[in-house]
Design a protein around this ligand. Sequence first.
Ligand SMILES: C[S@@+](CC[C@H](N)C(=O)[O-])C[C@H]1O[C@@H](n2cnc3c(N)ncnc32)[C@H](O)[C@@H]1O
Length: 335
Amino acid sequence: MRIAPDVLSALTDRAETAGNRLVLAGPRMDARLYQKVDEILEAVGGRWTRSAGAHLFPMDAAEALAPVLASGEVVTLREKLTQAQYFPTPPPVVERLIELADLKPGMTVLEPSAGSGAIATAAAARGVTVDCVERDPGYAAVLKDAGVARQVQVADFLTVPAAPQYDRVVMNPPFTRGTDMAHVEHALRFLNLDGLLVAVMSWAATYHSAKTAPFRALVEARGGKVEAVAHRAFAESGTDVDTVIVAIPARRAAGAAPTVWPVRDLPAQDEPQLGTPAEIVAEIQANLREALAAFDEVAAALASPPAAKAQPAEVAELPAPRDEPTLFDLLDEAS
Ligand SMILES: C[S@@+](CC[C@H](N)C(=O)[O-])C[C@H]1O[C@@H](n2cnc3c(N)ncnc32)[C@H](O)[C@@H]1O
């Protein structure tokens, strides 16, 4: 997006940076201008942090902002959301992923679509070693700077050669056109024999269809577990897509329970609204009037004889006049 001139000059003139901090100097901006400035800062990694009284960046703030000031252009978070399928996992969902992954200090973990590291950061905090893959160099840079991962590879994960070497895969891959299934299936190839994969996936992966059948069969064969994520859990990330968390072991455990696929709750029906007693009486009267009028119509129809039907026009062709005498004519002649 091309940055409007007033927004660009506000950034050029008023942004003061020191390390990962950025402060907008001078008098308070009007709300509209501030909102636009904030959108740009957010797009390059800045987050307004009240306790710090500044926008904080996961890297040097001046460095993050420099390309934007030089080009006058930025890819906003909103644009990235639609272009790169970047929907950061909200903290409650990250927490559940980590819980189900049963991480133990010293384990090796792969995050193969790591974004800016919502999951990787939480995993690293459990004392595991995290390796990340991320296709978007911007997010990968943020992730590198965050320093939570042993290695960050900028790549299309689907093209990364598989090698079974991780105790866990924890992921929230892109969803478009079923790519989440492709990412999860590829990621399973990176697990050690006793490994476990835990992924956020689109609810669509749980449907019965020709497209999901191989994936469902794989989950069931391995004794995988599937649980629903709360509706609108990703609203803060900019999407209302319904999701599930799927846990799939590298191999089926002895005595594993059959997979139970979650069923989506139907939205509650609104209770019918009862009116006041006067409104209820008025409605009954109106219904009775309608019913009586219908009875009158039927009675009138029964009382009057049906009108004589008009004779249908004769359409049958008359037989052609005959020249030959009939049998009766011949008998008449003989008598
Ligand atoms: C739904 S976001 C999740 C980000 C992060 N895992 C999180 O939970 O916050 C999906 C991420 O996958 C990245 N991505 C999309 N296609 C990819 C691919 N083929 N290989 C690697 N990363 C990819 C996007 O750039 C985006 O950061």
